[in-house]
Design a protein around this ligand. Structure first.
Ligand SMILES: NC(=O)c1ccc[n+]([C@@H]2O[C@H](COP(=O)([O-])OP(=O)(O)OC[C@H]3O[C@@H](n4cnc5c(N)ncnc54)[C@H](O)[C@@H]3O)[C@@H](O)[C@H]2O)c1
Length: 258
């Protein structure tokens, strides 16, 4: 499916990013990995800290031209400090994407990993718009304090809500070059950060566990990212693909009582 194609994958060193890298390679792609921790699983690797604008600028300069897609998978869990989380999960991801898009091939596909945690974006639009206005030069720490983002993992939920909205906003931004962008929203997935989610969600996670048949695996998510990167998904634009064992359908059914 990916023979002769090249993809940039952030968060490549662990969890969903590592699995996506392996899946892309095994279907013929070359993978350019990006992470703050080193790995040798990618064909090429760039060390970068996506919470730091200088590191992002250096990365963009070093990356080769012509990649057929970008998978933005790097992310921090809700136990991370809220300002750092907003920088990595939202501001850095957005700045990196906007900066690297000129280097992507025409027809490239961009896939952002959001989360089931972003499901509530329609009810949070005021805060989402404020989050989307943040820059690295903004008072991100002050924004987090004013919005109590350190409480109950709110920073994580907001970062993913804003990512889903930003992806929709950009459904046609690069249409003249055939470049499109989508999100994948996993439910709980067994990776090193699952314990952080359980710690933050407490009782809510216990309720979730009762209705799920099993937690997801990175191998449940990687094929969906791989498909969205491929040419076969060419008419999917600005969409959010729930990949959660039925959790978002379950929440919808409960909310609307059907
Ligand atoms: N595991 C889950 O239950 C779950 C559920 C929904 C969404 N997600 C999302 O999936 C993505 C991948 O998470 P995962 O579960 O594979 O976690 P993980 O911790 O296994 O992988 C995250 C990767 O991101 C990298 N990273 C973190 N901060 C970085 C930074 N500043 N600069 C560069 N790289 C950085 C880490 O080094 C790591 O390799 C995240 O965006 C996460 O929010 C995870």
């Amino acid at each position: 499916m990916h023979k002769g194609r090249t993809y940039i994958v952030t968060g490549v060193t662990s969890g969903i990013g590592a699995e996506t890298c392996q899946a892309l390679k095994s279907s013929g792609a070359k993978v350019i990995g990006v992470d703050r921790n080193k790995t040798d699983i990618a064909d090429e690797f760039y060390l970068a800290d996506l919470s730091e604008p200088d590191s992002i600028a250096d990365l963009i300069e070093c990356l080769p031209e012509g990649a057929n897609g970008l998978a933005n998978i790097a992310g921090l869990p809700p136990t991370a400090p809220a300002d750092l989380l907003m920088k990595v999960n939202l501001i850095g991801l957005r700045d990196f994407t906007n900066g690297v898009v000129d280097k992507l091939a025409d027809g490239a596909s961009i896939v952002n990993i959001a989360s089931l945690a972003g499901f509530g974006w329609p009810d949070a639009m005021t805060q989402v718009k404020e989050a989307l206005a943040l820059e690295f030069s903004s008072d991100v720490t002050g924004f987090c304090a004013a919005n109590k983002l350190d409480e109950g993992g709110r920073s994580y939920f907001l970062s993913k809500e804003a990512l889903i909205v930003w992806t929709m906003q950009n459904r046609w931004t690069w249409r003249d070059r055939g470049i499109r962008m989508n999100t994948v929203s996993p439910g709980p997935v067994e990776t090193p950060i699952l314990k952080d989610f359980l710690e933050t969600l407490g009782k809510r996670a216990e309720e979730d566990a009762k209705v799920m048949d099993r937690p997801g695996l990175p191998s449940d998510i990687a094929p969906v990212v791989s498909f969205l990167l491929s040419e076969g998904s060419g008419w999917i634009r600005g969409s959010n693909i729930a990949t959660d064992g039925g959790m978002s359908s379950h929440i919808m059914s409960e909310v609307h009582q059907f």
